[in-house]
Design a protein around this ligand. Sequence first.
Ligand code: BJW
Length: 238
Amino acid sequence: MRILILTGAGISAESGIATFRGADGLWEGHRPEDVATPQAFARDPALVQRFYNERRRKLQSPEIQPNAAHRSLAEFEAKHYAESRNDEFLLVTQNIDDLHQRAGSQNVLPMHGELLKIQCELCKEVIEWTNDLDPYQTHDSTSKDEDCPGRLRPNVVWFGEMPIGLSRIDRAARQADVFLTIGTSGLVYPAAGIVQSTPPNCQRVEINLDDTPVSMEFGEVIRGKASEEVPRFLRSLA
Ligand code: BJW
């Protein structure tokens, strides 16, 4: 059985990470569309870096830990797909936190990037990063041997930029026997459109607290908390 999973901010909400579009989801009154764009970074780099600095700091605080949903996905993969290849089990996440990896998931594709990495705008080198980033910090400031003058930015995918791994995701979707989506609003593309690439005989399951604009694409909709419904659903699959 080939299984493709897509997770969004809802799976990390119970770990204490705010969603984007929930009641607590606005950040200082800014919509994600106003902060998570290259235009916003060009216009107000201090604001955008502060947004990511705060989230990077919070992600590393001791109270932020994987929850039962993250853990059950990792356990399911370890138990049934430990030796598997060719993305028989693929966990695509839109989240930039590292909670799936910390829970022990192996085959994870973070399609919107990773908060604990930064990228040089000029040479595109990706660097692991746990500290704050200054608005105009340049690559050559990170080490005395480095002479690239490019500006550093969070290694994340903003609106208008190309998400990571799209052809791999499309291939996994076209071959999926089960497609499970967890805690995503179905508002942001191309992630919200992955379901449409799954074959007609694919078991399509949506776990979310609420209906989404793409709920009608799923044969099974499970309404409830990810921490309860994901372990329950995975037990039913096994
Ligand atoms: C719970 C829960 C609990 C809560 N249990 N559930 C049509 C086709 C293609 C593109 C477009 C299109 N129309 C428009 C576009 C362009 C644009 C787009 O989608 N815009 C929309 C606003 C309409 N897309 C892009 O620009 C993308 N790039 C692109 O399209 O490139 C060109 C291209 C063209 C054609 C094909 C392929 C490519 C890039 C999108 C990048 C998104 N970036 C962000 C920021 C990342 C960095 C960061 O984190 O800061 O990604 S925006 C933000 O939204 C973030 C998220 O990953 C993403 C999705 O949010 P998510 O995860 O769904 O969170 P929420 O808060 O919205 O929802 C949480 C859900 O959880 C809710 O439903 C709750 O009910 C639920 N929930 N608690 C279960 N306990």
